[in-house]
Design a protein around this ligand. Structure first.
Ligand SMILES: NC(=O)c1ccc[n+]([C@@H]2O[C@H](COP(=O)([O-])OP(=O)(O)OC[C@H]3O[C@@H](n4cnc5c(N)ncnc54)[C@H](OP(=O)(O)O)[C@@H]3O)[C@@H](O)[C@H]2O)c1
Length: 342
């Protein structure tokens, strides 16, 4: 792709800002599309043109106004998020116009970014969009969050919830590489079909049309469950704990079923199962392994090349559709990684 010439830049650039704190499921009116004068790069800075934006479940937590493991986005702030783009103008020695980069400049068409926060991408190694998916944060979440916490052994039974999403679809395939029997839980028949027929999951079911998760899991996991990779929490996870085998492992990755609740739901008491089954239950934030992401990316790229894992991107076109894509992802419209092509 030819680099954008600075002289042919538009006079204005658009950003999405947080307009209101969402109550329940976010609405389009919780964000505003704002135009600002085209920014120019200062010393050690780079002006980037966004090519792909990531929409991710963690963004729902950032807009609640509560500090979790990261600072919240305040009303009037530009939305945060990972992005892939092309350098338009560089005043940083490490980058030149036309290069492709990964960064965290959020929901903006153009942005001025400190050069030291950017990572250069090689478009000849993999499509640049994969830096936001299989070879980026979601891929590393699957790789380290599953392998480091579950430590799967060949022949073990692994259940993945949120199985057809960016992280879950990769966890199941990594478990297959490790010789496990893999069961996925997802929200449509099409997703279930994709998991079993295209990704090689041994079984999967649609939680939205399943009246009794416990009965279903007992039917497809007659020998119990050794590892559970939890992307969703809530009722699915409540039913799963009693079915875990002795010395089972649970990797608590996400709890998306609760992110849009207006009031917390009461849950069952699960610690007795942790005790009598001698379970290991561990939550994580993927940045824990940031120093090792290079190893994870190399291994995932190798498995991709060998055809051992496959990835899918669900691409929404146009910067103006970013909020729609975000809400759509929270509502399960995506199969694989949800991205916006700007
Ligand atoms: N710990 C970390 O460092 C870390 C890093 C990245 C992601 N995560 C977490 O990992 C999980 C997956 O993230 P992702 O980026 O791969 O997103 P994703 O799975 O690609 O997209 C979200 C999916 O969640 C499912 N979902 C929505 N509401 C649900 C509900 N009430 N019950 C069950 N499933 C529901 C939807 O699929 P269905 O059609 O199946 O409902 C939707 O497609 C999220 O919980 C996220 O917060 C954690």
């Amino acid at each position: 792709m030819a680099p954008t010439n600075v002289r042919s830049l538009p006079n204005v650039a658009r950003q999405f800002k947080l307009a209101a704190r969402p109550v329940g499921m976010p609405k389009e009116s919780d964000f505003s599309l704002v135009e600002s004068p085209m920014p120019r790069a200062g010393e050690d800075q780079v002006l980037v043109k966004t090519l792909y934006l990531s929409v991710d479940p963690y963004m729902r937590g950032r807009i609640t106004g509560v500090r979790t493991y990261a600072d919240p986005v305040n009303i009037g702030d530009t939305m945060v998020g990972g992005a892939v783009g092309q350098v338009v103008e560089s005043h940083h020695a490490g980058f030149a116009a036309g290069e492709f980069i990964l960064g965290n400049w959020g929901w903006q068409e153009y942005a001025v970014v400190e050069g030291q926060t950017l990572h250069k991408l090689n478009p000849n190694l993999a499509p640049i969009s994969t830096a936001l998916g299989v070879l980026g944060m979601p891929g590393m979440t699957a790789y380290f969050g599953f392998l480091e916490i579950c430590r799967p052994q060949p022949g073990e039974v692994v259940v993945v919830s949120g199985a057809a999403g960016a992280v879950g679809s990769l966890v199941g395939q990594i478990a297959k590489v490790k010789g496990c029997r893999v069961v996925g839980i997802a929200g449509t028949e099409e997703k279930v079909h994709w998991l079993v027929n295209d990704l090689g999951f041994d079984a999967a079911f649609n939680y939205k049309s399943c009246a009794d998760y416990t009965a279903k899991l007992k039917e497809i996991c007659p020998l119990g469950i050794d590892c559970y990779f939890d992307n969703v929490g809530g009722a699915i996870t409540d039913c799963l704990f009693p079915l875990l085998n002795v010395f089972g492992r649970v990797s608590v990755c996400g709890q998306i079923s609760m992110y849009n609740l207006e009031k917390p739901e009461p849950g069952p008491r699960l610690l007795p199962f942790v005790l009598v089954k001698q379970l290991k239950v561990e939550g994580f934030i993927v940045t824990r392994w940031q120093g090792h992401w290079g190893e994870g990316i190399t291994q995932m790229a190798q498995w991709l090349k060998e055809g051992k894992i496959h990835y899918r991107e669900d691409i929404v076109e146009g910067f103006g559709s970013t909020v729609k894509a975000f809400i759509g992802m929270l509502q399960g419209e995506n199969t694989g990684k949800m991205l916006v092509k700007v």
